[in-house]
Design a protein around this ligand. Sequence first.
Ligand code: SF4
Length: 239
Amino acid sequence: MKHIGDNMVDQTRELVALPIVPIIDESIIPEKGPSNDDPLEHQFPVVEMFHSIQGEGYHSGKASIFIRFGGCNLACSWCDTKFDEWENMTLREMIQNMEQWDCNRIILTGGEPALQDLKTLSSVLRPLGYLLTIETNGTIVIDEGLMDWICVSPKDQMYPSVKIRQIIGDELKVVWVGQDLSMYDELKNGFTYHFIQPCYDESKNIEWNGNNFRDTFELVKSNPEWSLSLQTHKWMGVD
Ligand code: SF4
């Protein structure tokens, strides 16, 4: 396998510029909702729910319901998702809200959705016919059999001391900021599909983002076991 160092991409260009960020920010992790015998009354911190089209990764192009949960255990510098303000909703209210959309694909996202009570979500939503995908940073192990699709997007390129604990799943989606792909040699064995996605960093200028896109394109050409993932929803200007 070729690695980034084997081709023309300059791998040091931005790694040196990445800021040191806190690994765990406890202040933005919501408390779990009160336990309740009725799972429909279980409360979840919901930032937003919306019906859109998956813009990236394996299921790109498929209409889906997105549930964005509040809170994350990381604080990536490029993060463009708002997860620190949420409304507590019961699962019953969430289901009632979703009934407005003719769609059975749900993407659990955040923030870090693995912080939530996935057992309750799975036990209620799957019997209703919903297919559950989770997009996680991989730092929390997900109990087997709860999800229909697990997409891990590791952030250990930013946090060398963070351990990726969810080492099996369907899709490994790496946000590329210049790191050596060999760091995923072991991890990728646990996943069926492998994607590299150029980091689009709104805090950087057009030139930086353009160069990062071009370098990712070259990287995929020289590492064909990886596929290119683009955030097509951003081009369309939709969520
Ligand atoms: S893990 Fe994801 S949601 Fe959390 S800070 Fe990083 S990019 Fe944002």
